[in-house]
Design a protein around this ligand. Structure first.
Ligand SMILES: [Zn+2]
Length: 427
């Protein structure tokens, strides 16, 4: 069979859901009442055990395995013409503290099940089909997201990458070079990069992490563009002192200044009036962090996103004017550093068309949408034509233990993915 349509591809939903559940068991927190809480930080023992488990599943399916020096893992089903650029799918299995069990994992295990389903359908693909496990999509450990895909696409300098170290509060984290070596991934990071055109196509299956599909009662979204995220770090330095002895008029409290800064960010983001403008201060490290000590230093991390990079920059400029005012009035030092500022990605019209066609073949009208969350596909787009498939998640909730995607939607997403991979691999 050359061109399986979505009806011909059968997903083993029971196995796929069982394996999602098994993967959720590789976690460093106990299950909570809110749902299956998953904490799986990259290169921790839980992450390494999960990788080994996944590798065994892939090898059992007869896929070959290549691991690069940052731990990106490539599971390949060789096509009839193995020298042609392959068709690839993939996502991540790392999870932020107290996250859910579907973010990223649906794309990895759904991708594996898609390959199994294509094999069962009797397809012999012209191009090879690859499942890629990408390292550290979440910024939890190294302060920057999509580490693996940034290195693949040449978006992050390999030498600089090796010097990255923890954003984990209160710990002196080791550098990426040390952490990856300890995890068994050695060799120069420069070898991770893949050339433009390495893949014929890249398709990632992911939960929406937003409410639109569920609200509209639509089972499948096809992403046409990914919004542009940026990360900044602010350090506010004031003067510490005894909480009893240092009188209010003499204070230069770094945390009070930080509080003003956070509210300024919120105010200017809301003021754009655009639904695509979003900004979040998600970490706040207070030094010395004692109840009876006036904070002398605070570090904030800001995540700001927009589909329009100029509007995003406009918010930052308004915030910077407030920073000047806070600095003068409170006599504190405020420094801003750019962690990353990425360009938006546009999806491949051809792959979007293939996905549309597969959906229609399955009797589904897909919704075209923008991804406001950030994905490895943003970077994979720099080396390959890219598109994404979204499935609904309950109430749009993600990065929480109560994150949930319905079995029927997961299974349908994997089926659409399988058919699209099959078609693209026959091109
Ligand atoms: Zn994700």
């Amino acid at each position: 069979m050359q061109n399986p349509d979505a009806r011909a591809v059968m997903i083993d939903a029971t196995r796929l859901l069982g394996q999602l559940q098994s993967l959720a068991g590789f976690t460093s927190v106990e299950p909570s009442a809110e749902g299956t809480a998953v904490t799986r930080i990259v290169f921790t023992p839980d992450d390494l055990r999960a990788r080994a488990w996944l590798r065994k599943l892939a090898v059992d399916e007869g896929l070959s395995v290549r691991v690069d020096t940052v731990g990106n893992t490539f599971f390949r089903w060789s096509g009839a013409e193995p020298d042609l650029p392959a068709v690839a799918t993939g996502s991540h299995i790392d999870a932020i503290p107290h996250a859910g069990m579907y973010d990223g994992t649906v794309g990895v295990l759904g991708g594996l099940e898609a390959i199994r389903a294509l094999k069962r359908s009797g397809l012999s693909p012209r191009r090879s089909i690859e499942l890629v496990l990408l390292t550290s999509e979440e910024p939890t450990r190294f302060g920057i997201g999509c580490l693996g895909s940034r290195l693949i696409s040449g978006t992050l300098d390999p030498e600089k990458a090796d010097t990255l170290h923890g954003a984990q509060r209160g710990t002196e984290e080791e550098t990426l070079a040390q952490v990856r070596a300890a995890a068994g991934f050695t060799g120069p990071l420069s070898s991770v990069r893949l050339p433009q055109g390495h893949y014929h196509a890249w398709v990632e299956l992911h939960i929406e992490q937003g409410p639109l599909l569920e609200r509209a009662g639509e089972p499948i979204g096809i992403v046409t563009a990914i919004a542009a995220p940026a990360g900044y770090r602010f350090t506010i330095e004031g003067m510490g002192g005894h909480a009893g002895a240092l009188l209010m008029p003499d204070r230069r409290d770094a945390l009070c200044a930080a509080a003003e800064l956070i509210l300024s960010i919120e105010k200017h983001t809301v003021a754009t009036g655009a639904t695509d403008s979003v900004a979040t201060v998600g970490t706040c490290d207070v030094y010395p962090g004692a109840v009876n000590s006036v904070p002398s230093r605070v570090t904030l991390q800001l995540d700001i996103r927009d589909t329009d990079p100029a509007r995003r920059e406009g918010v930052m400029q308004a915030v910077r004017r407030d920073v000047e005012a806070i600095r003068t009035r409170r006599e504190v030092r405020i420094t801003e550093s750019l962690v990353n500022a990425d360009d938006p990605a546009t999806c491949s019209p051809h792959i979007v068309e293939v996905l549309d066609e597969v959906c229609r073949g399955a009797g589904i009208q897909p919704r075209h949408m923008v991804s406001r969350a950030y994905h490895d596909s943003l970077f994979m787009a720099r080396i390959a034509p890219m598109a994404m498939i979204f499935i609904p998640c309950r109430a749009g909730v993600s990065h929480r233990p109560d994150e949930y995607a319905a079995p029927a939607d997961i299974s349908l997403g994997a089926r659409i993915l399988a058919s699209a991979l099959g078609k693209l691999a026959s091109e």
